[in-house]
Design a protein around this ligand. Structure first.
Ligand code: ADP
Length: 636
């Protein structure tokens, strides 16, 4: 029934009662009773007037006298009931005539709800009318409540429909407890490509990718939703055309009085996921960068700093954020202002700036960075992005390299000078020596005893000077750059030296080789020089009267060989261990061993050119153990 078509009095207005009776006494009594019941009353004396009144206004109740001149009450009730607008009107008949069953039946057939036999006592009439009107009132109240509920339900349903049909980017559908689709929204059609009729009663699992279907993911998700009332999950889903998308699904269990099932809301979040991943990657990159990154606003306040900035400036990120970036500069106040001005001026033209920047850490220490400044606009606000790479070490290394290059040049010049001086000394030396010998041979007999001694001294001194010059020349000729390394058999090198040098063999000396000697990466002639010098010293620096006993052995560790030359000589004090490897450094000794102080310098420079190192373990009087370390080469 449509409420708007029924002329129903409002629940709050006073009931309106129509009294149709031709007896003025009765009507007067009824009028007073009805008024007492807090009702409006309209009294007419004929059925025709009553019908007219019914057309003019609404009534809650009509009290009809059965017997009236003209149209009687029954006829009037008949006409009332024939009109749809009045089919709900409550009719009560009143009659003084004896009521037969037939008349009563007729009255009730016409829709009367009561029949009042007259004369009746006033309280009885009042009680009956009060009951009828009370009932009506309650009915009207209930009807209003029901109407309101129906209206609300209509509204909710409409809103719900609108939601289902207008939410185009969310696929909303309902499935029964077995997962069969019951209702499929327009959004679901848009998102998933299936129409409502295609999906009707089909298992919603066809929206899942085959792997998930095989693992019963669709069923599992419904079980989870049943167990926890609802479940949210992200997964790959399939559209009708077979394309996949990454979606977020929300499944909620619906348990009504008459039906049960699930509502499913599915949204394609592929784009959001890509954006989220991109953001995550960007954040990771920023966080893991070794360069410090600070984002500052136009007032130079830091709004973002990465962990590298924390490491570089020594302030925790939380402290950096909010700081004035200019406070981290290592310039005087005037220079700071001037530099910032220069930066901004550059920015106006080029939108970026790159260069060196001097910075100060929290602990006051300084560092130089290669700095790149660029501009960024985010949500209408301008920022500067400052990326800084610490180049202090690189700059120090460059400076050291520069200094070392300059030194190399000086050393080179000195060595060239030494070489040319030594070289030029040789000719006059030979002349001195040659003439001294000639005088001894040709005029020796004519000279007095001391004369010949002086000449011999001249010749010996010239000899020593010649050896010194030779050594200096050998040392100066050693190139500084690294040699091309080849495998060299140390056993072969040492063996051939022993073979060619009688002073290294008994009875003058005893040189033993203990165990196998390795093949090293080296340079044959250079290694020959090294071992010749080491063996020569081992044989030379022994106390007078002692036969030199020398032991040559090797140790292998990893890819490295250590070759030892151990002697039973005079030994070297630990404080001299380093300096004896420098040119012209000798240790004064009462026995006055001959030498120039260049031999070990040649050993060291040569071994270093081969990529190795040298050293000595020794104490005064305890013999010496000289060692060289070289890389192992493949066996020859
Ligand atoms: P030279 O042998 O011409 O003196 P070296 O450069 O070969 O010059 O050696 C430098 C110094 O190292 C020597 O003068 C000596 O004092 C010390 N020395 C070198 N080898 C030995 C050794 N085997 N035993 C003791 N002292 C040594």
């Amino acid at each position: 029934m449509n409420a708007s078509l029924t002329r129903r009095p409002a629940a709050t207005t006073r009931p309106n009662v129509l009294v149709v009776d031709d007896n003025p006494e009765k009507t007067l009594a009824l009028q007073s009773i009805i008024t007492e019941l807090d009702c409006e009353v309209v009294v007419v004396t004929s059925a025709e007037a009553g019908l007219r009144e019914l057309l003019r206004q609404d009534f809650s109740l009509a009290l009809l006298d059965v017997q009236m001149p003209g149209m009687d009450g029954f006829e009037m009730a008949n006409l009332i009931r024939s009109r749809p607008a009045h089919d709900q009107l409550t009719i009560v008949f009143m009659s003084a005539i004896d009521q037969s069953d037939e008349r009563l039946e007729k009255a009730y057939t016409l829709g009367a709800i009561d029949f009042i036999s007259l004369p009746a006592r006033r309280p009885i009439i009042k009680g009956k009318l009060s009951a009828i009107l009370g009932l009506q009132k309650e009915t009207r109240r209930l009807e209003t409540v029901v109407d309101e509920k129906a209206r609300r339900l209509d509204e909710t349903e409409e809103r719900f429909r609108l939601l289902l049909d207008n939410a185009e980017d969310v696929g909303i559908f309902f499935v029964d407890t077995a997962g069969r689709v019951m209702d499929w929204s327009r959004g679901a059609e848009c998102c998933l490509g299936w129409t409502a009729s295609e999906m009707n009663s089909r298992f919603y699992g066809l929206l899942f990718i085959p792997g998930d279907v095989a693992e019963h993911v669709p069923e599992k998700k419904l079980s989870e939703a049943r167990a926890r009332h609802s479940v949210t999950f992200e997964h790959w889903f399939l559209r009708k055309d077979g394309s996949r998308f990454w979606g977020r699904a929300y499944v909620v269990e619906l348990r009504g009085k008459t039906s049960a099932g699930f509502a499913v809301m599915l949204r394609d979040i592929s784009a959001a996921r890509v954006a989220e991943q991109e953001l995550q990657i960007k954040a990771e990159v920023l966080e893991s960068m070794s360069e410090s990154v600070c984002v500052v606003d136009e007032g130079f306040r830091i709004v973002y700093a990465n962990p590298a900035a924390e490491r570089a400036f020594g302030y925790p990120v939380a402290e950096l954020v909010g700081m004035d970036k200019r406070a981290l500069n290592d310039y005087s106040p005037e220079e700071n202002v001037a530099r910032i001005e220069m930066l901004l001026a550059h920015f106006v033209e080029h939108r970026s700036w790159t260069g060196e920047w001097h910075n100060r850490r929290k602990d006051g220490s300084r560092f130089v960075t290669h700095t790149h400044l660029s501009q960024l606009e985010f949500r209408g606000t301008k920022y500067f992005v400052c990326v800084q790479e610490d180049i202090t070490e690189r700059k120090d290394a460059q400076a050291a390299l520069q200094r070392s290059a300059e030194l190399q040049e000086v050393v080179g010049e000195l060595e060239a000078f030494t070489y040319s001086v030594s070289h030029d000394l040789r000719a006059p030396l030979r002349t001195v020596k040659g003439f001294a010998e000639t005088v001894i041979q040709d005029y020796g007999d004519a000279l007095q005893g001391s004369g010949i001694q002086y000449l011999e001294r001249i010749r010996n001194a010239a000899d020593r000077l010649e050896r010194l010059v030779e050594d200096i020349l050998t040392f100066s000729r050693l190139p500084r750059e690294k040699l091309t390394l080849l495998p060299v058999d140390v056993a072969h090198v040492v063996g051939s030296i022993l073979e060619e040098t009688p002073s290294f063999r008994p009875p003058q000396a005893c040189i033993r080789i203990s165990g196998p000697l390795p093949v090293v990466l080296g340079h044959g002639p250079s290694l020959r020089q090294v071992f010749f010098n080491l063996l020569g010293n081992a044989v030379k620096f022994v106390p007078k009267g002692r036969t030199p006993v020398v032991n040559v052995r090797a140790e292998i560790t990893g890819g490295e060989a250590t070759i030892w030359v151990e002697d039973n000589g005079i030994g070297v004090r630990p404080e001299d261990h380093t300096r004896i490897f420098r040119v012209f450094e000798r240790v004064a000794h009462p026995d006055g061993y001959p030498g120039t102080g260049v031999g070990l310098a040649i050993v060291r420079r040569t071994v270093e050119r081969l990529g190795g190192s040298v050293g000595v373990e020794s104490t005064l009087g305890g013999g010496s153990k000289f060692w060289i370390k070289l890389q192992i080469g493949r066996p020859v």
